[in-house]
Design a binder for this molecule. Structure first.
Ligand code: ZN
Length: 277
């Protein structure tokens, strides 16, 4: 009798699950789109000293962009990175080697898309640095997707992930394996350690072709061409291994690579509020 009940439960469960999964599969790949958000600007006063451990660049300052991305999967949203802190809006924060500024918050930009923070289902963090985690707490109802080591290392006084620390908090940590965000392979957070121990890049498979967001694997086109490594990366060897994997993936998929801090890469996606599909 017990066996029969269990069998009935299994048989009963199978069609329900299949029915739930069917619409996306029946229609082919899930509809996925991506919008670039402006998450700030950073003046790096000595780009060479700050971003190369091998004197790869000419001396002098360089201005880099700070980007976040809104990925739509059917009717669900992933916010990838959360930029500089909202408190910086309209100001410049000069902390010595870099000066950061912010023109618009993410919440304001989402408002232009008729979205609220509560509409964001997942918030993915390429890594733990301040120019990527600044506005995370505004999306406390979203499930946080983050490298396990970065999540652990962020604990403390200026913890950007306070809302996700309590018991029962919605957190999915990446511990050396990729995270398939929506479960169908269309949006995958990629294990790319080296810049930080839990650093991730993001693969987004659009109908028009795959897109790879670098996180901070690179900070410029020149860094990608020269395989430049910042002296503050946590592991040079891990970074080189991640670069190897990233470039193989980019080549094999024919992916469009977007370096999140590279001003020249803004034009690789349609201008906000338009989405690439
Ligand atoms: Zn960064």
């Amino acid at each position: 009798m017990t066996w029969l009940l269990a069998a009935a439960t299994l048989i009963g469960a199978a069609p329900a699950h299949a029915a739930r999964a069917a619409p996306a599969h029946a229609a082919g790949a899930a509809k996925v789109s991506i919008v670039r958000l402006d998450c700030g600007t950073i003046l790096v006063k000595d780009f060479n000293a700050f971003f190369s451990d091998s004197f790869d660049y000419k001396p002098g300052p360089r201005r880099i962009t700070d980007s976040c991305y809104l990925v739509r999967h059917m009717n669900d949203y992933l916010l990838w990175d959360s930029g500089l802190p909202a408190a910086l809006k309209g100001k410049t924060n000069d902390i010595g080697p870099v000066a950061a500024s912010l023109a618009q918050t993410i919440v304001e930009q989402l408002g232009q898309l008729a979205l609220k923070p509560a509409d964001i289902k997942f918030i993915g963090m390429s890594h733990m640095h301040f120019d990527h985690t600044g506005q995370a707490a505004a999306f406390a109802s979203a499930k946080l997707v983050i490298g396990k080591k970065d999540f652990e290392l962020s604990k403390g006084e200026k913890d950007p992930f306070g809302p996700w620390r309590g018991a029962g908090a919605k957190v999915q940590t990446m511990d050396g394996q990729d995270v398939d965000v929506f479960g169908d392979g269309s949006v995958v957070a990629l294990n790319m350690p080296g810049h930080t121990p839990g650093h991730m890049a993001l693969l987004v498979r659009l109908a028009s072709g795959p897109v790879l967001l670098t996180g901070d694997l690179y900070h410029s086109d020149e860094a990608r061409a020269k395989k430049s490594i910042p002296p503050f990366n946590t592991s040079r060897a891990d970074t080189l291994a991640s670069i190897d994997r990233f470039e193989r993936m980019a080549k094999n998929l024919g992916a469009k690579v977007i370096i999140q801090h590279e001003p020249a890469d803004i034009a690789k996606l349609p201008a906000f509020p338009k989405a690439a599909e």
